[in-house]
Design a protein around this ligand. Structure first.
Ligand code: ADP
Length: 604
């Protein structure tokens, strides 16, 4: 889950990832537009008709001067000019412009950083009349050149300048611009904008372009003013942004709204102003919160799969996953309605990766369970074959003998007695076999109360060793018993005998001829006593050791040894030992031998 979040975050930091986030931002920007408002800015445009009238590009300054003269009587709140005034032009034109600038209150003039890194400021005769100089740099997205944000500050050489729009606002509200690492304060307004790298695009502001319904910022051109001077009244009390809107000027950008139609630079400045003036700030959510929510989403996905896996049908987990995948899409949208920009990709990817991971995991679990069931079934079948085979031997003996007895009435007494004894012994053996299987099954199913008698461990060992010795003789294997600590156990003596006898016969069964089996007893920790049965036989590797207590499991080497077995004995032994409050441990090495140790609770 953590990996899916890590991957999600890492991918969203790539160039491609950012682009996806930008598209998602633009989508939300268009989908969740704010309600229209009464703009506090207006554009004084130098458009195509104006240029045509004033003599093309060379006439821009004359047009600017005329425009300023015309709106001055209406008393605008501030006038921000985005026409570069860094060189002198014809004296009569500059004289008239200077006069117009001097008559303009709260004038903000533009500056931009030149190739040499210094500021291209307005020439002094113009600059002296300005309330402030503001920079007019745009900030376009590195990849798709969309204008989503504006640098509130820019540094050239050692001089830092606020943006034209911020200075215009500053001119309107007065006071000072106060800086802190997270924000700027102008008058009473707090503008959230973190200082990133100090001398580049230090502080960015996401521009909240006016909704499409508003049709952009109101725009009146100098030519229109010439034709209808009464239009000047529209500039009263407004922040005026003066700039060239003629498309040939090339100063236009793409905004999140206008994927096809670029917006003139001056309108972007005015939109930045509206964003500030209305305090409509879109703030980026901190990455730590993004990571936290991604973890939460991935965690919820994982949990959905974990609780629905196995017992419940898949569609529940799938529906939960789908709900989370869809739900994760709402996070950025919800955040956007609260003026917070939440990157779309990390949450989406984290959830999708978590779903993929969980689905893969589930697939693995299901397959493993299937495999296990399959293995168990085939082992069970083998065991059944063996059990029936084992039972057939005594049954055949019983059947044969009883038939003989009934058929030959005149059988010698000694022979008849021998056969009757054999029938008796074989049927007892059968009964014992069945009894042990049944009682252990019932014990483990909790259907039977275990006997609670007190018996000596030594007695159990002695009985079992005596029985096992007869079995071991055929392979010339010796069974040594070291001195056992004298102690009693509480439980079912018969079951305990079954366990110990089983370990002893296994030790003999899985050893070569003429080897040795040792029974060791020693005090264990606290109230426990350890009883080990050690052989010099075929042994097992680590993987096999881990599985020997599974029902019907047999190691390869055990099968190849030719010794018959069911693979059920040890699972019964383990159950018996656990029922007695003990544990069983195995140490083994292929080819060297095995040591099974019972850790048993002694009776006090
Ligand atoms: P069975 O002996 O009937 O196969 P068990 O449950 O008693 O079944 O033992 C399970 C498996 O554990 C055996 O088949 C064998 O592979 C392995 N095993 C048990 N005891 C030993 C031992 N002393 N040495 C080597 N392998 C053993």
């Amino acid at each position: 889950m953590v990996a899916s979040v890590g991957l999600g975050l890492a991918l969203s930091w790539t160039a491609l990832g950012r682009q996806f986030d930008n598209y998602a931002y633009d989508f939300l920007f268009r989908a969740l537009q704010p309600e229209p408002w009464e703009p506090s800015s207006i554009i004084l445009a130098i458009d195509e008709p104006t240029l045509a009238k004033y003599g093309g590009n060379t006439g821009i300054r004359s047009a600017l001067a005329v425009g300023l003269e015309r709106i001055a009587p209406a008393k605008p709140a501030a006038v921000a000019v985005d026409v570069l005034l860094a060189e002198t032009s014809l004296p009569e034109i500059d004289d008239r412009l200077e006069k117009a600038l001097a008559a303009t209150p709260n004038l903000v003039l533009p500056a931009y950083i030149l190739r040499n890194g210094e500021w291209g400021n307005p020439i002094p005769r113009f600059a002296q009349h300005a309330y402030a100089i503001g920079q007019v740099h745009a900030s376009l997205d590195k990849f798709d050149s969309v204008s989503r944000e504006a640098p509130l500050m820019k540094a050239g050489g050692h001089v830092r300048r606020w943006s034209l729009a911020l200075e215009a606002f500053h001119a309107v509200v007065g006071g000072q611009i106060i800086e802190s690492p997270e924000e700027l304060v102008v008058g009473k307004l707090h503008i959230p904008s973190t200082l990133k790298d100090e001398y580049v695009d230090g502080r960015m502001l996401r521009i909240r372009y006016p909704p499409v319904k508003m049709g952009g910022i109101p725009r009146i051109s100098v030519a229109e003013l010439d034709a209808n001077p009464a239009l000047a009244a529209r500039f009263a009390g407004k922040a005026v942004f003066v700039g060239v809107t003629a498309q040939a000027s090339g100063d236009s950008r793409i905004t999140p709204y206008s994927n096809t139609e670029p917006v003139p630079g001056i309108e972007i400045n005015a939109s930045e102003y509206e964003t500030i003036a209305r305090g409509m700030f879109l703030v980026d959510v901190p990455w730590l919160s993004v990571a936290a929510v991604c973890l939460l989403l991935a965690g919820m996905t994982g949990t959905a799969f974990a609780i629905t896996s196995g017992t419940r049908p898949d569609w529940i987990a799938n529906t939960a996953a789908a709900a989370l995948a869809v739900g994760s899409q709402f996070v950025p949208a919800m955040a956007f309605t609260h003026s917070t920009v939440w990157p779309w990709l990390p949450g989406t990817l984290s959830t999708l990766f978590a779903i993929a991971g969980a689905a893969f995991w589930r697939q693995m679990v299901v397959r493993r369970a299937l495999n296990r069931a399959e293995n168990e079934r085939s082992r069970y079948q083998k065991a059944m074959q063996f059990v029936t085979h084992e039972m057939r031997t005594p049954l055949t003996a019983i059947q044969g003998s009883s038939e003989l007895i009934s058929r030959y009435g005149s059988m010698p007494e000694a022979k008849r007695k021998q056969m009757a004894e054999m029938i008796n012994a074989e049927s007892k053996r059968l009964a014992r076999m069945i009894e042990t299987f049944l009682s252990v099954e019932r014990l483990s199913a909790g259907q039977m109360e275990m006997k609670q008698e007190r018996f000596a461990l030594g007695d159990v060992v002695d009985t079992c060793v005596a029985r096992a010795r007869a079995y071991a003789e055929r392979k010339l294997i010796e069974i040594d018993v070291t001195e056992l600590p004298a102690c009693d156990l509480i439980g079912d003596r018969e079951l305990m005998e079954y366990a110990v006898y089983n370990l002893l016969t296994n030790a003999v069964k899985y050893s070569q001829e003429k080897t040795r089996v040792t029974v060791l007893g020693e005090d264990g920790r606290g109230d426990y006593v350890n009883l080990s049965i050690q052989d010099q036989g075929i042994g097992m590797d680590k993987k096999e050791v881990r599985r020997v207590f599974e029902k019907f499991y047999r190691t390869k080497s055990a099968e190849q040894s030719g010794e018959l077995g069911t693979g059920i004995g040890l699972s019964i032994v383990e159950q018996i030992v656990t029922q007695h409050g003990g544990t069983i441990q195995v140490e083994s090495e292929p080819g060297k031998g095995s040591k099974f140790t019972l850790v048993l609770k002694r009776a006090i």
